[in-house]
Structures are given as structure tokens and as C-alpha cells.
Design a protein around this ligand. Structure first.
Ligand SMILES: [Zn+2]
Length: 803
């Protein structure tokens, strides 16, 4: 085993630590990072509570609850004098972050006086286990270590230590590992999502804030306005031992340049610190870019908090692994020094303790840097806010206007709420009746980033994540950009708001929220009828109906019997043991809109009687192989092995033949085409990336027949998220309906990067295919992408009613 320099040093020199503060091993029975040991979140919390009881250098704060209802605590660590003034420093920090009413000289003075806050966390990807183990040792040393390095940090900074930003997941993964330790399944993958709904996508919810965890972190961050927001991850490009800034291009032009300068400086600072401590293998610019703004650990840059992640190497859980150089990619087997990989890793054992040690030093390097340069960093944060306000005083867009009367006004209100949760100032104007986002505000770069169409730069490498996300397009919200300065007259009529006031839209199919209201009326045993876009309700108490409508931002309506009566379908949602993020997003949306549903696992499908119990079964985006075969026998505990399989397919075919419906999202439609032998082909099959490539962009499609109930309420030319999906050709024997098509003779691209747009021209994007007495709906796009594409929700929601 390698020597653990830092940790041994701490132990070997009792005079350097406060004896009264309990060490992690004295409480946990293990040193964080020990082979085969993972502390749960509950363990870590219990430990930090003991530390807090023994020292006045730490203050525990409850920040809220997690998705599973767990109490969530963080630690502020500094000198007792600084902690006594925590509220004062937070207040200064917020004022500097907004820059309003603070001149140059005062900003310099405040930057000198303040004890700035630095956010460091133990990560949110719970299977990247070292993240939340290293914070335990880090927390202990920041409180108890008496060496000059630690004293300087306590004297100059306030550390906001989140020992985990996914407590639920940390418990889930540690318990899974404990239960399999020593068996053949020791390193088997977790068959559940390690965040209740979205698993690994918990890092991609940074601006949409759909998940409770994203909201808690964002709220706390707006409260403290840290200088730095540092999140640990564990998927370094092999054989690198840690991936650091500078990251790969492209990068948003809506971030203040000072953020990127500091980001790069911090990356190099960490690398030199690691080399100094004999921890080689730092790598930069190799893989991940940060084009997508939604990473929780990138979002802060738009609010002038230097925000970043690092990726330390991972084997699996707390199980050690030995690497030899001949396993390295050929180009790296020579162990040559490179400009951005100056100390190549030479292979050998890689243990959890190694990963913890790299993370520990990386966190310390950031704190050391901030302890030395905090004054300049703090001034730069103020400066970036001031520059942003001044920039949009002089150049467009000067403002965005969002009419309160539009196709789907409650969804427009949702967009406004998202902006406010992100710290964006929103005003309401009475004439015109609109919400107004003035751009001369400190975080205006974020608004521009979310509202403008993305133009992906011409680069040699292909994008890593989604390339276009323009929220007004995705949500089908009408937004007007003001290209001339805001007039005094408009400004005078504005009132700053902190919640949606007085919005009463027409209750009809155009609004997604109308379907939530419909579900609530049906659940209250009322009746509902659909006729085109109109919705009628009867058989329900008028006061009850009004309260349902008001809660969903609708005007009251008269009780009236009309249209074709509808019933909520008995809906099944397929849930794979190959934990599928898209299933989680679908489940979350069903819950948000009060759709009744049941999760269906492989065994439930194979057990049959589907037609007796279900009307519709939804298959979220997933590869055909994963649906059919699932986890390989022997790779996971037996009950989680296998997929739908032939037995399940027989049941599903019977289910549709007898009149059931299947709705398949994106790549699940390829599974349906194959397994049901549908007369449909994928026009994109076999194309090479230089012929066609799209890792996620927004495209325009066209409804073939807006009167078809399956597309009721959608715009005639909806914009949808296309992401590595299919496009359909129908064969001569096709029976069914083309619901939507890509336009002919023009590129469908609206935002992001799309190579080979002509391949989509005229192809079908959504189909309703007849099969026996039932039907199969194929959606060749992501109708509910990351809970953002509200403008496409009705493509599947309409299928969840019986008419
Ligand atoms: Zn990660």
C-alpha cells in the first residue's frame, strides 16, 4: 500500500491537531478511503455533528430536505471570530455579487474587509464514491489541524463544506456496496437511480431546477454568493489521474471572461500542488467541455461564482485495482511528457485512498489559492456583475418581453418562476400585459444564455452533450427580444415581482396545465369531455372545480356537459433494472401533472394479464438491447438480471393486439419497430457521423393533422429535442397515421449543432401505427427532455386518455 502522506502526518503529530476534536476513525471505525469501506451520508452527518459539538470552528446549518425527505446539513468552517459574523459576511457577499449602488472605491474596501465564502462539496454522482469520503477528512483537518496552511484558511476564508450534495444517493450506494461486499457482485452496478428521479442527470438540472436537490443548492448559493463553487467527480480520461481546467472548447460567450481566467488559473494551481505532493497524472483539456450550461457545477459562472468540477480517477466503489502500462491507450504507453499532461501516471495500484488523497489536495490547493488571493477574486466577482449591468445598458438585448396572454400562459409562468429561482430579477408590466426581464441586471448573461438560439462553433471535435436548449423554443413560450433601449414609459409601469400574480388563462387544451386540472377533476370523480382544443367539465361541485382551475392558473368556467367524455388511461411505465434516467424523468413528470400510473418491471410484464390491467404502456428512451436483455446473468444479483425477453414480448404483443397502446420514446421506438415487426424503417440507420450527427439540438417539425386528438393543443410547428434518435420512413403496407414530419427542402435546425440536416427532410418524426386492435405510438425525439421540453409534452400526454 502506498504511504498516505497527509493523513499519516496528521496522526504522527498530535501537537498539530486539536485533541478535543474526534478523528474520523475514532467515530467511524475507519479512515475515510480505507479499502472496502464506504461511509454513508448518515455516518458522515453523525461524525460532523460530533465535530461540531467539540469545536467552535464549525457551524452546522440545515439547508432543507432531500428528494427522499432526509434532513440535509452543511458545515461552515472558519475561525470562531469569522463564524460569529457569518450573517454579516453573507450580507456583504450578496451586496458585492449584485454590484448595485456600490462604487469602485467601496467595492475595493469591502473586498479587503470581507471574509469570503468558498463552496467545496462531496459531489452529486453517488457512484463516484471518493467525492463524499474525502470531505470527511477534509472537514476534520480544516477544523482541527493547527499547521499554518490550515490556520491561514480559517483566518481568511469561510469554507462552506457540503460533505455531499446527494445525501440520498450516498446512502444508497454505500448500502448497496456493503450488501454485496465479498460476494461475486462486489463491484456490480446499482440497479436503481441514485437520485430518486434522475440519477446521473442530477448534474444537468442546474438552470431548470426541477429536482429538490438542485433547488436547495441554488437557494443556498444565492444566500452565500461564494467566490468559488467546486464539485468533485470521478471519471477522469484514462490514464489521467485527475481531469482539471482548462476544459475543452467550446465555451459560452455569455460568461464573464474573468470567470474563465480564474478557472484556468485554479486548474493549474491544483496540478502544481498535486505534483509537489508526489501525486502525478493531472490532465487538462482532454475531454469534457462545458458548452451545456445546465451542469450544476457550471451554472454559477453565469452568476460570477468561479464554478467548476474536477474528475479524479475511479475504479469501482472501494475495491482496489492494479493497472499496468500495457492497458493504457497506445499513444500514452511511452509515458511521454505533454504540455498539459506533464507528469504522466505510470500505472500500479489505484485505491479509494489514492482518489481521496488527490481530491483532498485539490480541495486544499483551491483553499490555499483563495486564502492568498481572495481580495482580488472578490473584487473580480463584483467587477463581473458591474460589467454585465453596464454591457446591457449599451447593447441589445435590452430586455425580454413575455406576454401574459399566449398559447400556453401557465407554461410561460413556469419559465418566469425558473428565472426567479435562479436569482434573475423579473418585473410585471400592466401595459402591455407582460412579464419583463430587464437586461441591465447582474446575472443577465444567464438570461441570454437560456433565451437565445445556440450557434455551435465550427470545431473539429464532436460535441459531448446537448448543443441547443433555447428555453422559449423548448417550452413553446412566446418571448420578444427588445433591440432598442427600454423607454422611460415602460420602465415607469414596471413592478418587481417575486411570484406569479393574478394570472388567469383560458382553460383549454393549449396549456399543459389543463391536463393536470383534468386529472384532478377526474380524480375528484368529476366528468371531462374533449372537443378539439375545448375542454368541458361536469358532475363536480362548482367550488371544487373553481379551486382546481385557480390552482392551475385558469379562469373559472361554467359547469357544462360537452365534447367526448374521457377517462384516465390505466398507464404502465416500464422501469428497467438498468436504471434508466429517462424513466425517472417520465415518472417525475407524471407525478407533477397528476397522471395516475404504475411502474412495470420485467417480471410484471412477463406475468401477463396486461390487457386486463392496463390501457397504455410507456417505454421511455432506452436502447433495444437494454430493454430486451437488461443486465447480463451473473453480473448483478439474480433478481436484477435480464430484460423484457421473449416471454415479456409475447405478453406485450398480446396486449396491443387486444387493444392496448404502447408509447415509445426516441430509441425505444427502434425496439418497438423490431419487436413488433412494424412496417417502418429508420432513415438514419447506418449513417456515419460525418453523414449525420446530432448529440442534442432543437428541430422544428410540422403536425400533419392538427385535428388528430393525439396532437391536440400542440403548436402546428412544434420545436422538439432531437438527440441521437431515429427518423421514420413508412413502408407501403403501413397502416396508421403520420402525426408529425420534418419540413421539406429546409433544415429543421433551430438551435444547436446538426450535421447532415438534409437526412431529416420530409421524414416522419411521430407515428401512430396500427397493430391488431391496438396501436403503437413512435416518437423519434425526446418529448420530455430533462423536464424542459414542455412544448412537446402533449405528444405523450394526449395518449394517456381513453376517449
Ligand atoms: Zn460525475
Amino acid at each position: 500500500m502506498r504511504t498516505c502522506f497527509i493523513f499519516l502526518l496528521t496522526l504522527a503529530a498530535p501537537g498539530w491537531t486539536s485533541a478535543a476534536v474526534p478523528t474520523p476513525e475514532s467515530v467511524l471505525g475507519h479512515k475515510p478511503g480505507d479499502d472496502f469501506y464506504l461511509a454513508t451520508y448518515d455516518d458522515a452527518l453523525g461524525y460532523f455533528q460530533k465535530v461540531a459539538a467539540s469545536s467552535n470552528r464549525i457551524k452546522m446549518v440545515n439547508v432543507g430536505k432531500t428528494s427522499e425527505g432526509r434532513d440535509w446539513w452543511i458545515a461552515f468552517i472558519s475561525s470562531p471570530e469569522n463564524l460569529a459574523q457569518l450573517e454579516h459576511y453573507k450580507d456583504m457577499s450578496r451586496r458585492l455579487a449584485l454590484a448595485r449602488g456600490i462604487g469602485e472605491e467601496q467595492a475595493r474596501e469591502m473586498s479587503r474587509e470581507i471574509k469570503p465564502i468558498i463552496h467545496i462539496d462531496g459531489g452529486l454522482h453517488a457512484s463516484e464514491v471518493a467525492n463524499a469520503q474525502h470531505t470527511i477528512q477534509l472537514g476534520y483537518d480544516l477544523v482541527a489541524n493547527e499547521q499554518a496552511e490550515y490556520q491561514a484558511i480559517r483566518q481568511n476564508l469561510i469554507v462552506e463544506l457540503w460533505f455531499s450534495i446527494n445525501p440520498d444517493g450516498q446512502n444508497m450506494v454505500a448500502n448497496w456496496y456493503r450488501q454485496n461486499l465479498g460476494t461475486q457482485y462486489e463491484v456490480s452496478p446499482l440497479p436503481f437511480l441514485y437520485q430518486k428521479y434522475v440519477g446521473h442527470d442530477n448534474n444537468r438540472d442546474g438552470y431548470m431546477l426541477n429536482m429538490i436537490e438542485s433547488r436547495v443548492v441554488t437557494k443556498a448559493t444565492l444566500d452565500t454568493e461564494p467566490l468559488v463553487f467546486y464539485t468533485h467527480h470521478q471519471s477522469a480520461p484514462f490514464p489521467g489521474r485527475i481531469y482539471l481546467p482548462p476544459f475543452n472548447d467550446p465555451i459560452s460567450s455569455n460568461m464573464h471572461p474573468l470567470m474563465l481566467r480564474w478557472l484556468n488559473l485554479i486548474g493549474m494551481t491544483i496540478a502544481q500542488d498535486l505534483d509537489q505532493h508526489d501525486l502525478p497524472g493531472s490532465m487538462h483539456q482532454e475531454s469534457f467541455d462545458v458548452w451545456y450550461p445546465g451542469y450544476l457545477d457550471n451554472m454559477g459562472n453565469f452568476r460570477h461564482t468561479i464554478s467548476f468540477f474536477t474528475e479524479t480517477a475511479l475504479y469501482r466503489y472501494a475495491t482496489p485495482h492494479f493497472y499496468t502500462v500495457d492497458e493504457f491507450p497506445e499513444a500514452r504507453q511511452g509515458l511521454e511528457h505533454e504540455m498539459l499532461y506533464a507528469s504522466p501516471w505510470k500505472g500500479g495500484w489505484w485505491r479509494l485512498s489514492d482518489a481521496c488523497r488527490y481530491m483532498y489536495r485539490a480541495s486544499m490547493a483551491v483553499l490555499d489559492l483563495a486564502a492568498k488571493y481572495h481580495e482580488q477574486m472578490q473584487y473580480n466577482k463584483y467587477r463581473a456583475a458591474r460589467d454585465t449591468i453596464e454591457k446591457f445598458e449599451k447593447e441589445p438585448p435590452y430586455a425580454y418581453l413575455i406576454p401574459r396572454e399566449q398559447h400556453d400562459a401557465p407554461t410561460a409562468a413556469t419559465l418566469i418562476e425558473k428565472l426567479m429561482l435562479n436569482g434573475i430579477e423579473v418585473h410585471q408590466s400592466s401595459k402591455p400585459d407582460a412579464w419583463v426581464i430587464l437586461m441591465d441586471q447582474p446575472f443577465a448573461g444567464l438570461v441570454k444564455e437560456l433565451f437565445e438560439p445556440q450557434k455551435y462553433p465550427a470545431l473539429a471535435q464532436r460535441p459531448y452533450d446537448v448543443t441547443g436548449w433555447t428555453l422559449p423554443y423548448q417550452m413553446d413560450v412566446e418571448v420578444h427580444e427588445m433591440t432598442t433601449p427600454v423607454t422611460d414609459e415602460l420602465r415607469k409601469g414596471l413592478e418587481r415581482i417575486s411570484s406569479i400574480q393574478g394570472l388567469t388563462a383560458r382553460f383549454n387544451h393549449n396549456a399543459n396545465a389543463s391536463l393536470r386540472a383534468v386529472n384532478q377533476i377526474l380524480a375528484a370523480k368529476g366528468n371531462v369531455g374533449f372537443e378539439g382544443n375545448e375542454i368541458d367539465a361536469w358532475g363536480i361541485d362548482k367550488a371544487k372545480l373553481d379551486s382546481i382551475l385557480a390552482a392551475n392558473h385558469f379562469k373559472p368556467v361554467a359547469i357544462k356537459e360537452g365534447g367526448k367524455p374521457v377517462k384516465a388511461a390505466r398507464t404502465g411505465l416500464y422501469r428497467s433494472w438498468q436504471a434508466n434516467i429517462d424513466e425517472g424523468w417520465t415518472r417525475w413528470i407524471f407525478e407533477q401533472f397528476d397522471f395516475p400510473f404504475q411502474n412495470l418491471y420485467n417480471g410484471d410484464i412477463q406475468a401477463g394479464h396486461l390487457h386486463e390491467n392496463y390501457d397504455v404502456i410507456v417505454f421511455p428512451d432506452q436502447q433495444a438491447d437494454a430493454i430486451m436483455k437488461g443486465h447480463r446473468e451473473g453480473s448483478v444479483p439474480e433478481r436484477y438480471a435480464g430484460g423484457v425477453g421473449e416471454r415479456g414480448m409475447d405478453e406485450l404483443r398480446d396486449f396491443v393486439k387486444q387493444g392496448g397502446a404502447i408509447v415509445a420514446f426516441n430509441n425505444a421506438s427502434l425496439w418497438a419497430i423490431e419487436q413488433f415487426s412494424l412496417p417502418v424503417t429508420n432513415a438514419l440507420a447506418g449513417l456515419k457521423p460525418n453523414q449525420f450527427f446530432c448529440s442534442g439540438c432543437l428541430v422544428k417539425i410540422h403536425l400533419e393533422d392538427p385535428k388528430n386528438p393525439l396532437v391536440a393543443g400542440l403548436s402546428e410547428d412544434p420545436i422538439v429535442m432531437f438527440e441521437r434518435g431515429p427518423a421514420f420512413d413508412t413502408r407501403a403496407d403501413f397502416k396508421g397515421t403520420v402525426l408529425a414530419r420534418y419540413p421539406l427542402e429546409r433544415s429543421p435546425l433551430e438551435s444547436g449543432y446538426l450535421a447532415g440536416p438534409d437526412r431529416l427532410e420530409g421524414k416522419a418524426a411521430a407515428l401512430d401505427v396500427n397493430y391488431g386492435k391496438g396501436h403503437i405510438i413512435l416518437l423519434g425525439f425526446r418529448p420530455q427532455w430533462r423536464g424542459q421540453s414542455h412544448g412537446a409534452y402533449k405528444f405523450f400526454m394526449n395518449a394517456l386518455y381513453l376517449r
